[in-house]
Design a protein around this ligand. Structure first.
Ligand SMILES: Cc1ncc(C[n+]2csc(CCOP(=O)(O)OP(=O)(O)O)c2C)c(N)n1
Length: 203
């Protein structure tokens, strides 16, 4: 599995390339959650049979799932950072908030019906976890006992808006509910701005 140091160096290199204007598409860099992500991949033994769903900030997920760094980098430079998809590695991502929860539940349903090995892991942010589609997917997975786990990476904000303030709740909706067992939750502080580098990049 790729090391923390290599993930950090990868994001740094992408930041440097982005700063040159060579990437003509949005890039969402992340730093500060490498240990948590590595632990989740290790603890759950996420491997080739498993599906990883992610969103606009999925560089680390693709690397941890075993996509070669050169392939991830090439996709990012081609402008695919916010929707990295490597079907052959079962890594599927989308730049649309709330878009993949139903797909993830559907893949989990299919794995169960076809008695195939593997499990679905969907990684998202704290605001994404407050969407109706996230709630529906967790509810569906719970009641049909489907092989899916939802990982909520809580950086406290949705772009620059305080997620807890928006919902008037101090904790995520699933905390203390029967659905909690389907969710892995951790907090982190992102070392990068939500998107880009926090300054105008001219192409
Ligand atoms: C349907 C839709 N609306 C708005 C956006 C713009 N957008 C991209 S990321 C994001 C914030 C999501 O917050 P969160 O789920 O907490 O993610 P994180 O902070 O971890 O990036 C928003 C509003 C989008 N990508 N899709």
């Amino acid at each position: 599995m790729i090391s923390k140091e290599d993930i950090v160096a990868f994001e740094k290199e992408i930041a440097e390339i982005f700063a040159t204007g060579a990437i003509r598409a949005p890039v969402h860099l992340r730093g500060g959650r490498e240990d948590a992500l590595i632990k989740i991949f290790k603890d759950n033994r996420i491997d080739a049979d498993d599906y990883v769903f992610g969103f606009w900030d999925s560089h680390e997920l693709a690397l941890l799932k075993g996509v070669p760094p050169e392939a991830v980098k090439a996709a990012i430079v081609r402008g695919r950072s916010i929707s990295l998809c490597f079907p052959e590695y079962k890594v599927l991502c989308s730049g649309i908030v709330g878009s993949l929860m139903g797909t993830a539940a559907g893949v989990a349903w299919s794995l169960k019906q076809q008695k195939k090995p593997g499990r679905v892991y969907l990684f998202c942010g704290d605001m994404s976890a407050e969407t109706g589609s996230f709630h529906e997917a967790v509810k569906y997975v719970h009641h049909f006992d489907l092989p899916a786990t939802f990982i909520v990476c809580d950086n406290g904000v949705s772009v620059m808006t305080d997620t807890r303030e928006v919902w008037g709740a101090k904790e995520p909706w699933f905390e203390g509910t029967k659905y909690e067992k389907h969710v892995i939750y951790f907090k982190y502080v992102n070392e990068y701005p939500h998107s880009g580098l926090g300054k105008l990049i001219k192409f």
